[in-house]
Design a protein around this ligand. Structure first.
Ligand SMILES: [Zn+2]
Length: 387
């Protein structure tokens, strides 16, 4: 029998891998692979295009449908420029807190899920405990979709998915979807004294930003649907967070680019918003090209996560209620891979230890009490899988 590691021992190991999103996560994945293999559990890697990162999934117990997927991301946000009082890559326990990068978001949950593996084997679960570890969550959930698709194709269908983003172990049944783009405008450079013969990429870009402002105002003015009413604010928003462009005061800007992102309430289709953006863009581009044919607007997708729509009589919701006794249901403002699982037909909720307020912070921490609550959850889950 291999040595049985405690949840905290596993957490120590996971945090020690500095899996910042821009870097490889393969060392962590190899460690998890070896840990599972020690317990006789096979796992499958889903690598990214250049092979520098991978997602991993595994199934513990019988090769049967009706199991539960525990899903989390392996990547963490950078510590650059943050004022840490401890080494971010070493878990330090202080004042009832486990301090370290990723303890809360969300290696704590992954450690609990991995620690549950020997419990599930020993208990002889009748339905499988399935584990999913993604990458690039912090860069827009880009690593989750191929993993979800591979699991849907490669494993007996699970009855429920629990995504362990920090929710203080409370049941979360919905979140907004996210869809972001980098908008690149190509104008035509002339001296601004002959403005009418040029095309300013900045001034044309401003028209799209004005459109975004108008959408926000119109959405805010409309009475929200039942699903949207759960959220704050209860409408879809469009936001421009960064912008660059132009070279001089007296030259029409040849280039302008900005980041434009939608947060779409469940009940609205993100694709509809993208179509609206595309048709607005097409209209502006046609006018630009009428002045100079080389003008262009390009929309480069940078982030996509579907909304998590609260389910009616969802299996995942029922499971988490059973295990935690939580009879309330909440929604959160952050996006997760839960939207991808649900869009692939899985009943999905979010429930994990820790407070999202601690995520991404210097001296990020997870309370020992939340870690313990998460461990209770895992033990109750293993019992549930035995029935
Ligand atoms: Zn996270």
């Amino acid at each position: 029998m291999p040595e049985r590691l405690s949840p905290q021992q596993i957490l120590n190991r996971l945090v020690a891998f500095p899996t910042v999103s821009r870097d490889s996560n393969l060392d962590l994945i190899a460690w998890v692979e070896a840990y599972l293999a020690d317990w006789g559990v096979g796992s499958t890697r889903v690598p990214n295009a250049d092979g520098s990162k991978a997602a991993l999934y595994a199934s513990v117990g019988p090769d049967a449908p009706g199991g539960v997927i525990l899903s989390g991301h392996s990547d963490v946000v950078p510590v650059d420029g943050q004022d840490w009082t401890t080494d971010p890559w070493t878990v330090v326990e202080r004042d009832g807190r486990l301090i370290g990068r990723g303890t809360c978001d969300m290696k704590g949950f992954l450690a609990l899920a991995l620690a549950a593996v020997p419990c599930a084997l020993q208990a002889g679960v009748k339905r499988p405990l399935q584990i999913a570890i993604s990458y690039d969550e912090e860069l827009g959930c880009t690593g989750a979709l191929p993993m979800v698709q591979a699991m849907a194709a490669g494993l007996p269908r699970a009855a429920a998915v629990v995504v362990g983003e920090p929710s203080m172990m409370r049941l979360v049944t919905g979140h907004k979807g996210g869809h972001s783009f980098r908008v690149h405008l190509r104008g035509h450079e002339v001296h601004s004294s002959i403005l009418h013969t040029g095309v300013s990429a900045i001034m044309q870009g401003a028209r799209l930003i004005t459109w975004a402002n108008r959408m926000n105002a119109e959405n805010a003015a409309r009475p929200p649907g039942a699903m949207a009413a759960l959220f704050d604010p209860p409408w879809t928003t469009v936001h421009v967070g960064t912008i660059t462009g132009g070279t001089a005061e007296n030259i029409t800007a040849r280039d302008c680019s900005f980041g434009l992102g939608f947060r779409v309430v469940p009940g609205e289709d993100p694709d509809t918003w993208v179509s609206r953006l595309r048709s607005e863009t097409a209209g502006i581009m046609a006018e630009m090209q009428a002045v100079h044919p080389a003008c262009d607007i390009r929309l480069e997708p940078t982030f996509f996560v579907p909304p998590l729509v609260p389910e009616t009589d969802g299996a995942a919701e029922a499971l988490v209620r059973r295990l935690t006794g939580d009879n309330a249901a909440g929604v959160v403002s952050y996006g997760t891979e839960a939207g991808h699982f649900q869009a692939c037909g899985y009943s999905t909720v979010v429930c994990g230890p820790g407070d999202i307020a601690q995520a991404h912070q210097p001296d990020e921490w997870l309370s020992v009490a939340q870690f313990d609550a998460g461990w209770q959850f895992m033990q109750a889950l293993v019992k549930d899988l035995c029935t």
